[in-house]
Design a protein around this ligand. Structure first.
Ligand code: SME
Length: 160
């Protein structure tokens, strides 16, 4: 009998797929965007033990304002066009940062954060906000995380 070692990349991709699949029926019950973002942050944070901060920044009247999140208290408003979240908004694409100390303008809401992944939530080419993940470990996020979070952002783009 042959036994195959599960591929860690495959396992991670499956975990993200399960999270998205778990949220879809929950979103069918409640339309409120805050409730939907709060449920996504809670689910992600608890299913992904390597996430130190998991949450949302919403683009409101030109400001990035914190949305539902899990983890230590964070900056409520981010200085415009500075840091990783704004880089993702301005580029309209995910930003993966292996070492936040090496990212010019990085906003350190908590000194323990060492790596970060930010993915924009887009609707019709317009940025609604971002999903922001922080880890206390260097280079903790990779392309699989970016893809998994992009799938979640895709779900949220029509649900918030
Ligand atoms: N580090 C982010 C700010 C948000 S916190 O990580 C929660 C940034 O540089 O935009």
């Amino acid at each position: 009998m042959s036994q195959t070692t599960p591929d860690p990349h495959e396992r991670l991709r499956e975990r993200y797929a399960r999270i998205v699949a778990q949220l879809e029926p929950l979103y069918a019950k409640v339309r409120d965007p805050q409730a939907r973002m709060a449920s996504a942050a809670a689910l992600l944070h608890h299913k992904m033990p390597h996430f130190f901060w998991t949450g949302f920044y919403r683009l409101e009247d030109g400001d990035l304002i914190v949305g539902p999140y899990q983890g230590p208290i964070a900056c409520m408003v981010l200085e415009r066009h500075t840091g990783v979240c704004w880089a993702s908004v301005d580029r309209g694409e995910p930003v993966l940062v292996a070492d936040v100390h090496a990212f010019p303008g990085h906003i350190a809401c908590d000194a323990a954060s060492r790596s970060e992944l930010v993915v924009p939530i887009l609707r019709d080419g317009k940025v609604l906000g971002v999903i922001d993940l922080d880890s206390p470990d260097l280079a903790r996020f990779d392309a699989d995380d970016a893809q998994g979070i992009e799938a979640l952002a895709g779900l949220l783009s029509t649900r918030i």
